[in-house]
Design a protein. Structure first.
Length: 189
């Protein structure tokens, strides 16, 4: 995360500091990625992959935009833009309520992490593939994609990153951790 100077960036420095302290489950690999440069004066992007036993079960991107002057469409000076994509079990992919469930995961995760927000909007897309002919032996395949943005109430973005990672884990099929329980890292080897 790049060093930023100037009074205009004080809130963004606070946001960066809060993101540096984020610790996720060991199955979720988090990295900084190039951020979009034209959407706001300040931006950072994080990518994550859910990996178990070398199998990629899902991935996501979290972008934080900051404009010290604010933007009317955001309703504030920050905007969080998130993307989540995960492979689904065939039964889940066939569920007609999957989109509503995916959206509820997001709202519940933001609320459970006490990540104050306004102006939330987004889409949940379910993609299913059924094979025929010479491929008819393949099981139903499915994916979920969640694209969403919201305006955080303040510059402490750690709860927002945790909520995003929680939804990514749920979409990828990780069992939720009970409140207040931290998962120990898996032994390597």
């Amino acid at each position: 995360m790049n060093a930023i100077v100037g009074d205009e960036a004080a809130d963004f420095r606070t946001a960066l500091s809060s993101l540096r302290d984020v610790r996720l489950r060991p199955e979720i690999l988090l990295e900084e990625a190039p951020a979009p440069q034209r959407l706001a004066p300040f931006a950072i992007a994080l990518t994550a992959e859910v990996v178990i036993d070398d199998e990629d079960l899902g991935n996501g991107r979290l972008v934080v935009l900051h404009d010290p002057q604010g933007q009317d469409s955001w309703g504030g000076t920050f905007r969080v833009v998130a993307f989540i994509k995960a492979t689904l079990e065939p039964e889940m992919a066939a569920d007609p309520l999957l989109a509503e469930v995916g959206w509820s995961w997001l709202v519940e995760a933001l609320d459970s992490q006490a990540a104050g927000y306004t102006n939330i909007s987004g889409t949940v897309t379910r993609v299913t593939s059924e094979s025929f002919g010479g491929l008819s032996e393949r099981p139903l395949e499915g994916q979920i994609e969640i694209r969403v943005s919201w305006t955080p109430d303040d510059a402490n973005l750690a709860p927002h990153a945790h909520a995003w990672a929680e939804v990514l884990g749920q979409a990828a099929g990780l069992m939720p951790l009970p409140p207040g329980v931290a998962q120990l890292p898996r032994p390597r080897g």
